[in-house]
Design a protein around this ligand. Structure first.
Ligand code: BMP
Length: 218
């Protein structure tokens, strides 16, 4: 368990597969989203699943019926988990969780986003979204590494019942060890790895920082 998820936001298939091959030993999962899937097609999910479980980040945010149709496609394509928005409400979330449980797959719910704008409208709703995700039986939450104090707050609300994955490390200014200390289970890292001269070394360094934090060396 490396406590790290690679956000693979490149738009070239060969590059994506090369990076996955380089860094798989340092990551527990690979997150793919619109950039890579729109560029290369849904088939990339099965190709990447050879290296690690794949989390499909479609930030699903529609009415229940459309959410159901989207999640069905995502799981048929081989994704192990899907990321959905929480602000669309309980019925929309329930639709995603229903389909996920049919496939025995997982749903992560975004409570509040990591960029500065994520504090404008989402932050005031984040704690209620976290409670809803807990009640609805989601697998986990996405909470911002750029605001470790918010991760701490969300962790208090959900206890150890939900897995917290946290983007915003590196390029967005967050520090992996800080957000792990605040209660995140996994950090999500994109640019700091895939844009590094050596993605493998970059991943190794962040993995080591996390392990040192977990050993209490920070
Ligand atoms: P990077 O490490 O390059 O900043 O990438 C972070 C990844 O996490 C991106 O794929 C982004 O879309 C995603 N993400 C985020 O940065 N903040 C959120 O609140 C939710 C996300 O899914």
């Amino acid at each position: 368990n490396t406590c790290m998820i690679l956000a693979l936001d490149v738009t070239d298939r060969e590059e994506a597969l090369k990076i996955a091959e380089d860094v798989w030993e340092f990551v527990d999962a690979i997150k793919v989203g619109y950039p890579l899937i729109l560029a290369t097609g849904l088939g990339i999910i099965r190709e990447l699943a050879e290296f690690a479980p794949v989390i499909a980040d479609f930030k699903v945010a529609d009415i229940p019926n459309t959410n159901r149709l989207i999640c069905d496609q995502v799981f048929e394509a081989g994704a192990d988990a899907v990321i959905v928005q929480g602000f669309t409400g309980r019925d929309s979330l329930d639709a995603c969780i229903d389909i996920a449980s049919e496939y025995s797959r997982d749903v992560f719910v975004v409570s509040e986003m990591s960029h500065p704008g994520g504090a404008e409208f989402m932050q005031p709703a984040a704690e209620a979204i976290a409670r809803m995700a807990l009640e609805a039986g989601a697998f986990g939450l996405v909470a911002p590494a750029t605001r470790p104090e918010r991760v701490k707050k969300i962790r208090k609300i959900v206890g150890d019942k939900l897995t917290i994955i946290s983007p915003g490390v590196g390029a967005q200014g967050g520090r992996a060890s800080d957000v792990i200390a605040a209660g995140a289970d996994w950090v999500i890292v994109g640019r700091s790895i895939y844009r590094a001269e050596s993605p493998k070394e970059a991943a190794r360094k962040i993995a080591e920082e996390i392990q040192a934090e977990l050993r209490g060396e920070y």
